[in-house]
Design a protein around this ligand. Structure first.
Ligand code: OAD
Length: 260
């Protein structure tokens, strides 16, 4: 069996990771879809780092749910399989999918890279995490404003190679996708028609997600959408499953590969 799975934030929702566009996605009353942009980082790098730091912490404390586990089981039981996830968390990987069977098209939240040079490093510790703001505030007003400035600088890590600002190693809205990752998806799509394409937990906002789902399901493959809500892809699906991914995916995978 040849299977393509495309996932988005909804798959991690039941692990406690807020989605981007859902009502629970808002952070400090800010729209996450507007924070995940180069413009937001240029305007206020500390605000963006604060958001990523909190998300890293939340992801470290989260566990893969039944949806991640079902996708991992499907990957193990199929001859030809590719997962393309838009999620920057590591929950699919922690559920047991190997790097060869997964493309993390929007990057990895635990990578930190330079905004100018090629420096990049990865670690679940998130190093270099911006240090915490000191709790003690100077009493003198002038000193306080100086301290506030340096605290703000401290909270935005800089590159050990070139001193430019470091940023999370994720793809932001409006940025190019990695050529290497695009090639892996294209190679899989060129490798033959799929039997099944599953699209789970994504609003399918990006044209390439719809394009890959449709190309994967050409020649009569099943196109299954798992999402409690309608999306632009729903009209093309051969099967709509309006349920949370952690409930629907284990059942769908059982149907496809058996409950063994
Ligand atoms: P969104 O937040 O846009 O969409 C989440 C989707 O999951 C919605 O369609 C929900 O209806 C659905 N959903 C919510 N709970 C669910 C559940 N328990 N089971 C199944 N589905 C559920 O997230 P994405 O589509 O992943 O990109 O967003 C795509 C990209 O937009 C993100 O990767 C990010 C953002 O801008 C970048 O940062 C480049």
């Amino acid at each position: 069996m040849r299977v393509l799975v495309l996932t988005g934030a909804g798959v991690s929702a039941e692990s406690g990771i807020p989605t981007f566009r859902g009502k629970d996605g808002y952070w400090r009353n800010l729209d996450p879809a507007k924070l995940a942009t180069p413009e937001a980082f240029a305007r206020d790098p500390q605000l963006v780092w604060d958001w990523y730091r909190e998300r890293r912490q939340r992801i470290r404390n989260a566990r893969p749910n039944a949806a991640h586990e079902a996708v991992a089981r499907l990957a193990q039981r199929t001859d030809e399989f590719l997962l393309v996830t838009q999620n920057v968390d590591d929950l699919h990987a922690r559920a047991g999918i190997s790097a060869q069977r997964m493309v993390r098209i929007h990057g990895n939240i635990f990578v930190t890279r330079c905004s100018r040079c090629d420096f990049s490093e990865e670690g679940r510790g998130g190093s270099p995490e911006p240090p915490d703001v000191p709790a003690v505030q100077p009493q003198n007003k002038r000193l306080r404003s100086i301290a506030t400035t340096s605290e703000r600088d401290l909270n935005v890590p800089t590159c050990p190679e070139c001193d430019a600002l470091l940023r999370p190693g994720v793809v932001w809205f409006g940025e190019h996708l990695s050529r290497n990752k695009l090639e892996r998806v294209e190679d899989f799509l060129d490798g033959g028609a799929c039997d099944v394409v599953i699209v789970a937990g994504t609003t399918a906002t990006f044209g390439y997600i719809i394009d890959w789902a449709l190309r994967g399901s050409r020649d009569g493959a099943q196109l299954i959408e798992v999402n409690p809500e309608e999306t632009p892809l729903s009209q093309f699906a051969t099967r709509l499953v309006r349920e949370p991914a952690a409930i629907a995916l284990p059942r769908i995978v059982d149907d496809l590969v058996g409950a063994r």
